[in-house]
Design a protein around this ligand. Sequence first.
Ligand SMILES: CCC[C@H](NC(C)=O)C(=O)O
Ligand SMILES: NC(=O)OP(=O)(O)O
Length: 318
Amino acid sequence: MKKFTCVQDIGDLKAALAEAFEIKNDRFKYVELGRNKTLMMIFFNASLRTRLSTQKAATNLGMNVIVLDINQGAWKLETERGVIMDGDKPEHILEAIPVMGCYCDIIGVRSFARFENRDYDYQEVIINQFIKYSGRPVFSMEAATRHPLQSFADLITIEEYKKTPRPKVVMTWAPHPRPLPQAVPNSFAEWMNATDYDFVITHPEGYELDPAFVGNARVEYDQMKAFEGADFVYAKNWAAYTGENYGQILSKDREWTVGDRQMGVTNNAFFMHCLPVRRNMIVTDDVIESAQSIVIPEAANREISATVVLKRMLEGLK
Ligand SMILES: CCC[C@H](NC(C)=O)C(=O)O
Ligand SMILES: NC(=O)OP(=O)(O)O
């Protein structure tokens, strides 16, 4: 595996899930694979789960780990080519990337959408520069348009908890005080569309995601209707994607906050969220604390999805 940025990069999902459950059963089984190999994790944005679970995954495989928070301690990076660098950025990313590649064997990158220009974000400029110039295998720790480590963990979790072969999975928008990226919902939709689940997306009008990610999913503007008979509810906020509204907050309607009212029309659905979550904006205290909430096992599976991806990258180094 040379890159992991999207569902296609993991290949056959059944094989990937089998590998995940094998590792979950014995997460140190491949501890020799990473001996004297170094993972470098590069964060342009904050993180708790990705930072901790990916470092744990690397130690499961016997790897050394270097973590760099670009905005704390490293030189401010110019990322645009052709810019006369007479401002506050002493280093260009096109030098920094191959230099970082000198000190490691595998690179993970977190670089969120900037919401300044939709084309720039959706061309995935930053992570593609790492893929092109680092000389190392690169995986996404959430980029501008996807979060594959999260979505792989979400799939593992649904497979563990589903009570029917083809569960109804509903991804619902919920309100948030800040404009959040479309990466998590895009990615979840991409992975759900790669399964045979009954997948529905529900959100207020104006929050339509990129059709490339929505695919064949059913879109329902009536949240209660969408929730009817659901087996899994996946809640997430995202800023508007379409046209001039890109990156904007169009609604903070707390009628969309997931509570007992909505969960009451489901098929005793499990509640999921990638975390961090704003309680009583995205979901009520009662729902996220209920027996149906699996947000903690979902977060725990981030260690498993990262271990599978790192294992495949290490195997590719041989
Ligand atoms: C895993 C989620 C990361 C990020 N969340 C925030 C709060 O920025 C997002 O919504 O994409
Ligand atoms: N779900 C997730 O990626 O969490 P962090 O942003 O804390 O890494």
